[in-house]
Design a protein around this ligand. Structure first.
Ligand code: NDP
Ligand code: GDR
Length: 362
């Protein structure tokens, strides 16, 4: 039975990857941060623990932090059977927050990757361990190309994107210097009902659910014109697994090839609950645009310029033809089905919580 170490196992991608690896009979070691308010298992992990047979024997959780090199050294040097594959997903993954927490973001995302790579080589594991690094389409930044692939130059415009570009080159150089089987996945945005509430898709699906259930009147958003290539996280974790099982280590883009604006996402989410939006310009203080429900004229969306970023990535649209040619990867879930799944899941969640509101911070 193969053995994997997953950092960031409690996040969106970690939980889908964990499910996939369990289907493939892996023993999983997961790195989780300790929270002051125990238990440290995230909502997704608790859900998996409850639904998967023998979860505790098959998923061994280690409290740790990628800021502390000894956590990784200890896991890699002590677990038995030894780790075959490392999926490094842990990150300060919020782009807007990275402008406020620049040093911290670089420490976790860039130096966190250095710590793991150095642990591998210090223990002399480079010939037996495979390494996956979670890189991002954000690295393309304001790239001139209308479609981005593995050959498109990086032009990061945030501390988050710069930290991921740093980690990309570390991994690429570890491949050359040590012969490590190391792969960078350049993944475009992928979402799901397990997405954090501070990312725009979940903020919208959760906000639409709140409005639908009568718990709220409006959603406040930032830039509606930014365009993203949105897919489903489960499809992307399937691609990540396949990248790690090629004959030779190479970097791959995963994307749907379709780009939509934040406005498109908001309109699609409202359509799920039968609301047709009309967006109007308005000159209120700090508010630029409002979305009206066409039928009753109620304001459902407000744009607050305070939520704009100091530097924006305006257009992302990926080309995943290399992944298609190498391992027949393509996404299964369409944009409309993704939006519907997210809105319906939030309605069900809120009903189960008796309409108790969950607050979004950013
Ligand atoms: P999440 O933010 O949902 O998950 C990140 C996880 O990393 C969380 O569980 C978090 O723990 C953990 N983490 C953060 N800091 C540390 C630390 N110092 N030590 C240990 N663990 C830490 O992100 P996703 O699951 O969406 O993304 C996974 C990876 O893929 C990230 O690296 C992200 O940057 C990258 N990525 C994501 C994309 C997407 O669209 N989702 C696209 C491209 C790349 P805690 O729960 O305690 O906060
Ligand atoms: P992103 O995702 O920055 O692409 O990073 P996010 O959902 O945060 O933003 C997408 C776009 O929406 C605009 N936007 C808002 N964003 C947030 N969070 N909140 C708002 O209210 C809001 N209004 C408009 C943003 O300006 C932006 O243009 C995600 C993360 O998962 C990264 O870790 C990952 O690397 C990239 O996707 C690919």
């Amino acid at each position: 039975m193969p053995t994997a170490l997953v950092t960031g196992i409690g996040g969106q991608d970690g939980s889908y990857l964990c499910e996939l690896l369990l289907q493939k009979d892996y023993t999983i070691h997961g790195l989780l941060r300790q929270r002051s308010s125990a238990p440290c298992m995230s909502e997704h992990m608790s859900h998996l623990a409850a639904s998967i047979k023998n979860f505790r024997a098959r998923v061994i959780l280690h409290v740790g932090d990628v800021l502390d090199p000894f956590c990784i050294l200890k896991i890699l040097s002590t677990v038995s059977p030894p780790i075959d594959e490392i999926y490094h997903l842990a990150a300060q993954s919020h782009v807007a927050l990275s402008f406020h927490l620049q040093l911290y973001t670089c420490d976790v995302n860039a130096l966190g990757t250095v710590r793991i790579l150095q642990a591998i080589t210090t223990l002399g594991l480079q010939a037996r361990v495979k390494f996956y690094n979670a890189c991002s389409s954000e690295m393309y930044g304001q790239a001139a190309q209308s479609e981005q692939d593995e050959k498109t130059p990086f032009q990061p415009v945030s501390p988050y994107a710069s930290s991921k570009a740093f980690s990309f080159w570390l991994v690429a150089s570890a491949r050359i210097a040590y012969g490590l089987f190391a792969v960078n996945g350049i993944l475009f945005n992928h979402e799901s009902p397990r997405r954090g509430l501070d990312f725009v898709t979940r903020k919208i699906s959760h906000g639409v659910a709140q409005i639908h259930l009568g718990n709220a009147c409006t959603i406040e958003l930032g830039n509606l014109d930014a365009r993203r290539d949105w897919g489903h996280a489960r499809d992307y974790m399937r691609g990540v697994y396949d990248m790690m099982h090629q004959r030779a280590p190479e970097d791959f883009v995963l994307a749907t090839g379709e780009s939509r604006s934040v406005r498109d996402f908001a309109e699609a989410a409202f359509r799920v609950v039968g609301v047709e939006l009309r967006l109007l310009s308005w000159s209120g203080v700090g508010t630029k645009e409002i979305g009206l429900d066409r039928r009753n004229g109620q304001i459902q969306v407000k744009v607050n310029e305070e939520l704009y970023r100091p530097a924006e990535v305006w257009h992302l649209q990926g080309c995943a033809s290399k992944a298609w040619e190498a391992f027949n990867w393509k996404p299964d879930v369409s944009f409309e089905d993704l939006v519907r799944e997210m809105v319906e899941a939030d309605i069900a969640l809120l009903k189960a919580q008796n309409g108790m509101p969950m607050k979004s911070k950013i």
